[in-house]
Write a protein that binds this ligand. Sequence first.
Ligand SMILES: [Zn+2]
Length: 183
Amino acid sequence: MPLHPIVGHHETRRRLARGVRSKRLPQVLVLAGPWGVGKQRLALWLAQLVLCEAAGEQPCGSCRACRLVGGLAHPDLHWFVPIPRPKASESDKQVEEASQAIADAMEERRSRPLNAQSDGMASHGIASVRLLQRQAALTSVEGGRRIFIIGEADRLVSQESSQEAANALLKLLEEPPREACSC
Ligand SMILES: [Zn+2]
């Protein structure tokens, strides 16, 4: 399984689990903290818990949904990681490039569970935000909730169109589509 075991965050996990089971989990969560404490791993744990077919306090780890999340292959889990700026000049092509770059990053994470910090120049540019908007507008593949994780969200910076990207993302977070939650 590509995901390394989650470590710590016991109290946070208990609180998140209570939120999930009482159906009071906020649609948007910000996990803030120093680099390397496992924020994205915690977000993946939460994704697994939300999508798990057993209604326990922990993801069961063995149902189909758990196994798909564990393999970073669940069709309703969208994990956005910072990527290099697309080279294409046309907007649709940029989104295609972003989609491919994220797919490549996921492929790499499947083979190397403990991922290093993204390249210093990588970011969440307007192409990634457009891709996220498109995916958010679709319906769930498995019929349940959809999860969007924006890793290293502080990389939503620099580059000429960053303000546009930030505003578009903010709008999406303020008015998330139903049955979607993002971290
Ligand atoms: Zn499960």
